[in-house]
Design a protein around this ligand. Structure first.
Ligand code: ADP
Ligand code: MG
Length: 464
């Protein structure tokens, strides 16, 4: 930082900019997924304001590109509205930044070999995501046990490990814990944590800059490869092809691979060669935690954040928010912030007042016929118009009946209104469909697990 920028710190305009920046961070924290937010947004900071030009510092080329291509307009809108003036926002790469905002929460950078003098491929690991503060319960026990075994013995136990589950259930947390524990246990190992999005970006960039050979060399030197949210690769053919070759190269060298996704391999529309490789390893799902686990997570978090909470309040929150740990945590933080602001203590009545409206609605996202039809059509690779149409072929009739059954189960639609959602069918047709599916559910186990999985996807939605 130059002297001039230091002086600007005392300047009113700069103070206003810092406040507006904090506000922008709060809004973005709600909109951007957590690892990306932690890695690319939280590490950025305002540098200066001169006239109407604001300079924002980032610490990597990727962060700069990411902010510029995705969020700059949104950030500018918030800064402009908070500061009451039109602004030009410039994002700059500042090699050695001072720690941004919360020093103790800064991520640790995985080691890279000395010859990598350019950008490392790994995203930073967040040291708040460790095994010590991961609460284990019946719905994440398997994924947790596999992750621990891998961190103790990379490449030797479950390979690959494929973890899937809905949003906010701890997939990324476990991945970061594996990466950090493996680095501690085996200091020489090269651990690389990437998201499907970051892999795509690296690959496309390497093509643009004619550095494909370097891209491959870097990826092939990894000992523990953690790939988060691989569903991002779906539909990106060339990236998927490159991913396939990278995967094979790393796997064939006996190195460890861990993957996460929001759905099981069989529901990912990726090349079957890739899916069959995933299926060779260990597949572990994470489902929403049960009530006791939710309470334990809240207690752990409250203790960590030094928030005093009575058992009644913990029970209230744990009953209100059932399907997403990220929401559970943010309810706790919001409640605490509200109580501190109002200088009052947290009681169940206050919790209800502050949380019931917002979090109650969020915990139970609205499910309508269209949402169910969309998910069913996706699953069976058919069009919604087929579901609503008159075709009587078996490969359409079964999905149509499943969709009718799920709407009956998951929504308040009456039989006639379900019929209406399927091109004006009679209520007795809907009833017949529901009965057929109910029969099959009791007689066919794999059919039942497929329908349950569909119901889970619909309930959780994928908008987090
Ligand atoms: P996902 O990657 O599945 O969307 P994350 O790993 O980002 O979810 O988890 C969301 C938040 O919930 C994180 O803050 C994480 O620390 C927390 N979390 C999830 N599961 C647990 C758990 N079992 N114990 C403690 N914290 C958890
Ligand atoms: Mg995640």
């Amino acid at each position: 930082m130059t002297d001039k920028q230091l002086q600007l710190g005392e300047d009113d305009a700069f103070l206003a900019l810092q406040n507006a920046w904090q506000h922008a961070l709060e809004v973005l924290a709600e909109q951007v997924n957590k690892p990306s937010f932690e890695s690319w947004i939280k590490t950025a900071r305002p540098l200066s304001i001169e006239g109407n030009t604001v300079r924002i510092a980032t610490n990597s080329k990727f962060a700069k590109h990411w902010l510029e291509s995705k969020h700059i307009g949104f950030i500018r809108d918030i800064l402009e509205s908070d500061m009451g003036t039109k602004l030009t926002v410039k994002v700059e790469l500042v090699e050695s930044q001072e720690p941004a905002i919360l020093t103790e929460k800064l991520p640790t950078k995985p080691k890279s070999s000395p010859k990598d003098n350019d950008e490392p491929i790994s995203l930073p690991l967040n040291n708040q995501y460790n095994f010590d503060n991961f609460v284990v319960g019946p719905t994440n026990r398997l994924a947790h046990a596999c992750a621990m075994a891998i961190a103790e013995n990379p490449g030797k136990t479950y390979n690959p490990l494929f973890v899937y589950g809905g949003p906010g259930l701890g997939k990324t947390h476990l991945m970061h814990a594996v990466g950090q524990t493996a680095m501690t246990n085996f200091p020489g190992m090269k651990v690389a944590y990437v998201s499907g999005e970051a892999f795509t970006y690296h690959y496309v960039n390497s093509l643009r800059e004619h550095k494909a050979a370097e891209f491959r060399r870097k990826y092939r030197s990894i000992d523990v490869w953690l790939v988060d949210d691989i569903q991002f690769l779906v539909g990106k053919e060339r990236t998927e092809e490159e991913f396939f070759h990278t995967y094979n190269a790393i796997y064939d060298m006996g190195k460890q691979i861990v993957l996460t996704s929001d759905r099981p391999p069989k529901d990912l529309r990726l090349d079957t060669r890739l899916l069959s490789r995933f299926e060779c390893g260990m597949i572990a799902d994470i489902a929403p935690p049960d009530l006791e686990t939710r309470m334990a997570i809240l207690e752990t978090k409250a203790e960590y954040e030094h928030i005093a909470l009575s058992n009644d309040v913990i029970l209230y929150i744990a009953k209100l928010i059932t399907s997403n740990v990220r929401r559970l945590e943010s309810a706790l933080i919001q409640l605490h912030a509200y109580a501190s602001l109002m200088k009052t203590s947290v009681t169940p009545t206050l919790a209800e007042e502050v949380l019931s409206k917002h979090f109650g609605e969020e915990a139970a996202p609205v499910i309508d016929a269209q949402k169910v039809q969309l998910e069913v059509a996706n699953k069976f690779n058919i069009d919604i118009s087929d579901l609503k149409g008159k075709t009587r072929s078996a490969d359409i009739v079964m999905p149509r009946q499943i969709a009718m059954y799920l709407i009956r189960e998951l929504t308040d639609y009456s039989l006639p209104s379900i019929g209406k959602a399927f091109g004006g069918r009679d209520h007795s047709t809907v009833l017949h469909a529901c009965k057929k599916i109910e029969e099959k559910l009791t007689s066919d186990k794999s059919f039942a697990s497929m329908v349950n999985e569909l119901a889970r996807l619909i309930r959780e939605g994928k908008n987090c």
